[in-house]
Design a protein around this ligand. Structure first.
Ligand code: ADP
Length: 276
């Protein structure tokens, strides 16, 4: 379906070959589960950002949100972007996700330059390749869980069914419930189902547990972790909560618009092992 947009030259055919996929009982279509760790060791960068700067101008005032960020993200890895409020994490995530453009710098996603293309190309990129999860769920209140997910699956190329996605996040028995009939954690799990139903190449999560208590936050992290492990989806989670960093393959600390440190965890904690 769809045309290749002119600007970025994205093919409407999705990149399948490099993606680790499923076991019979899991999510993908045509393979076996490959642990994220194994994938990283043999893969090249899915994303390569170079020299990213972002300056917001408000009248006379300039805010330097990013001050020259170089970053690579690898197939199947789980990355936590850690840093205090205002350090530039969301700005960086939004640029990687094609929601915002940098003031300067480049971003390559696989073989495609994201910056400098046209809107149609970016729309296609977001629709086919990127799953977003935000702090405040962003569900449509007048639609059921199933319908919220279907909004995405109806326009995606090769999605899983809304039912499959909702079962994956443990909401198989809540498909016909409206957001107002669900807890915050359940709503966020619907948002995760919506994000992963299109089998995105990258899952970008901006403070996904920021509005949740510990137990529901852990439950949400568990489904994000599951999508990362079973679908092999490159996953980036923004947080200011250092405990969450323990479940990452790599922890990238952001400070004042720059990457301050990059740390690799020898062992990933499971979401269930986290407590804050
Ligand atoms: P974080 O996600 O780490 O909290 P952000 O990327 O949201 O940080 O913000 C980085 C800096 O950029 C902050 O100083 C913030 O106030 C500023 N900023 C973010 N978005 C805008 C905007 N749309 N207009 C002006 N300033 C912005």
């Amino acid at each position: 379906m769809g045309r290749a947009p002119s600007g970025l030259g994205f093919s409407p055919i999705r990149v399948r070959g490099r993606r680790p996929t499923d076991s019979p009982q899991s999510l993908g279509k045509n393979g076996v589960v490959i642990a994220a760790k194994d994938v990283i060791s043999t893969s090249t960068a899915v994303f390569e950002a170079k020299g990213l700067t972002k300056v917001y101008r408000m009248g006379e005032v300039e805010v330097h949100a990013l001050r020259g960020v170089d970053l690579e993200l690898y197939q199947g890895e789980f990355v936590v972007l850690l840093g205090p409020s205002g350090s530039g994490k969301s700005t960086l995530l939004n640029i990687l996700g094609g929601l915002d453009a940098p003031t300067a710098g480049t971003v390559r996603f696989r073989d495609h330059e994201l910056i400098g293309g046209d809107d149609e190309g970016l729309t296609h990129y977001r629709r086919e390749h990127v799953g977003f999860i935000f702090q405040f769920y962003n569900l449509i209140p007048s639609l059921t869980a199933r319908e919220n997910v279907a909004l995405v699956t109806e326009i995606a190329d090769d999605p899983m069914s809304p039912e499959e996605a909702l079962r994956l996040v443990g909401l198989g028995d809540r498909m016909d419930h409206f957001p107002s009939q669900m807890s915050g954690g359940e709503q966020q799990r619907v948002a995760v189902a919506r994000a992963i139903a299109k089998r995105p190449d990258v899952l970008l999560c901006d403070e996904p547990t920021g509005a949740l208590d510990v137990n529901t936050g852990v439950a949400v992290l568990e489904v994000i972790e599951r999508a990362n492990r079973e679908l092999g989806t490159t996953t980036v989670v923004i947080t200011h909560n250092a405990v969450i960093a323990d479940m990452a393959d790599r922890v990238i600390s952001v400070s004042d618009g720059r990457i301050a440190t990059v740390r690799r965890n020898d062992h990933r904690a499971t979401a269930a092992q986290l407590h804050w």
